[in-house]
Design a protein around this ligand. Structure first.
Ligand code: GLN
Length: 192
């Protein structure tokens, strides 16, 4: 099992550390050929416009789309925006997931926050499932899901913060910034 992490901008290093912690081999992806032999790809948080522009410059956009047609991809925060079909703006997107996102939906950087979320679908290692501590940094919202996309997690007021569509996963928060690796385990199972 080998999982790539798109390493052109954002907090890719933290995802690689989390993969290492759970004993999965990770690889930095910067060029199309780095996708060869991977079972899945993580797109980190950062700045979605920058990730999109660099993906175009590095001629990665089409190879990433093609990879996603057969493999698992997980986008966190900016990565979730990049996975979406619609971000209400003209910016390069992979357009894989049938989700519409609203960028910076919680306001500016200073409005970043942390909250415990129920996530019963995550693996439980001691028989009891406990809430997931989620870190939101100038996060988007998943405004709506369409087609085959499903809501995975919502805030208590109903706003959607995680979605899944087949082997694709989008979380608008940052599991890689905690020591709770359950989302990384969950994604590795999707990729398997
Ligand atoms: N605000 C960023 C964007 O719109 C996302 C922030 C993040 O990835 N933490 O792309």
């Amino acid at each position: 099992m080998k999982i790539g992490v798109l390493a052109i901008q954002g907090d890719f290093a933290e995802h690689l550390v989390a993969l290492k912690r759970i004993g999965v081999e990770g690889r930095e992806v910067r060029l199309p050929e780095h996708l060869d032999g991977l079972q899945g790809l993580i797109i980190p948080g950062g700045e979605s416009t920058t990730i999109g522009k660099l993906a175009v410059d590095f001629q990665l956009l089409e190879p990433l789309k093609q990879f996603g047609r057969v493999h698992a991809i997980w986008g966190t925060c900016a990565g979730a925006i990049f996975m979406s079909k619609d971000a209400h703006r003209d910016q390069p997107l992979l357009g894989l997931m049938d989700i519409t996102v609203e960028r910076n939906a919680f306001g500016r950087q200073i409005a970043s926050f942390e909250v415990d979320l129920d996530a019963p679908y995550l693996p439980s290692f001691n028989g009891s499932s406990h809430p997931f501590h989620a870190v939101f940094i100038r996060a988007p919202l998943i405004e709506s899901v369409h087609g085959d996309a499903q809501i995975l997690t919502a805030l208590p007021d109903g706003r959607i913060v995680a979605a899944r569509q087949n082997r694709w996963l989008a979380t608008v928060f940052h599991p890689e910034l905690t020591n709770d690796d359950r989302f990384h385990h969950y994604f590795v199972e999707l990729a398997r």
